[in-house]
Design a protein around this ligand. Structure first.
Ligand code: GEK
Length: 248
């Protein structure tokens, strides 16, 4: 994976354009996400733990919004108990950024596996979801227009096998202003502690405005339940970053 340092917002920009998952971002993405998302490495490890328990033989394990394939690899490396099986699960990573997909395919090839894997360059809203036992959206739903989120989650739930699992990780907001400010400020302290300057933090925040649209924990849990999952739990929170586990 890329070990290049994220310096995208280091210099003052007259006007900060909307954030895009382009070539420049793909090049520094591993550093960017590790220094921006508290608990990211731990979430990847737990995506592996959850996949090991819930992946079913002969089904599909989706990583929707796979970027460079970190979650895809976390899923796949936890399916080796199927290696000798005639009926291995298939791992499908999907992202609509060509720059991400190109690098993701290289990353997958560097780690040969007996588990069939496909990396698709497409909008997850048009990805057919079939025969799923695992669906991971590790910080992707937040980029889908609000009005389209429920349809997508419903389509995932409907096409998931009974006993399958979804991991949904998101940046969130809070209904109460004091909680919002406290946890938001602590996230910025985390970014400072990982080496981002106040200017970088401010410019990235402005680039993400209206691109990354956060919701509350309650909104996520209620929608997962409406979408058709029989259980939906918060299993991780650090400041304003969370992850949910939903079981069909
Ligand atoms: C990880 N899951 O490392 N269709 C397909 N891909 C999309 C769409 C869409 N409509 N919208 C956004 N993306 C990864 C990290 S990053 C999270 C996921 C972040 C893709 C986008 O191109 C990007 O690669 C990814 O979703 C979000 O575990 O940057 O905060």
């Amino acid at each position: 994976m890329s070990d290049s340092k994220d310096r995208i917002y280091q210099d003052a920009k007259g006007a900060v354009g909307a954030f895009e998952f382009d070539e420049r971002v793909a090049h520094v993405f591993t550093d960017m996400i590790n220094r921006s998302v508290p608990g990211y490495a731990m979430m990847l490890e737990m995506i592996g733990v959850i996949s090991r328990r819930y992946a079913q033989a002969g089904t599909h394990c989706y990583d929707l919004g796979c970027s460079l394939g970190a979650s895809t690899l976390a899923i796949r490396s936890n399916l080796e108990h199927f290696n000798a099986s005639e009926d291995k699960p298939k791992v499908i990573g999907v992202d609509n950024s060509a720059a991400m997909v190109e690098r993701c395919r290289v990353n997958m090839e560097r780690m040969p596996s007996a588990i069939p894997t496909e990396i698709l360059c497409q909008d997850i809203q048009s990805t057919p979801i079939e025969n799923a036992s695992i669906a991971v959206m590790n910080f992707t739903l937040q980029f889908i227009p609000l009005a389209q989120r429920e349809d997508l989650l419903h389509r995932i739930a409907v096409n998931m096998k009974s006993g399958g699992a979804m991991v949904l990780s998101e940046k969130i907001e809070f209904a109460y202003a004091d909680k919002q400010h406290t946890l938001f400020d602590l996230h910025h302290d985390f970014k400072r502690a990982r080496g981002y300057s106040d200017l970088e933090i401010a410019q990235k925040r402005s680039a993400l405005e209206n691109v990354l649209v956060p919701e509350t924990i309650e909104a996520h849990i209620e929608r997962l339940q409406r979408a058709g999952f029989s259980q939906a739990y918060l299993w991780f929170q650090c400041f304003n970053f969370v992850s949910f586990l939903a079981i069909k």
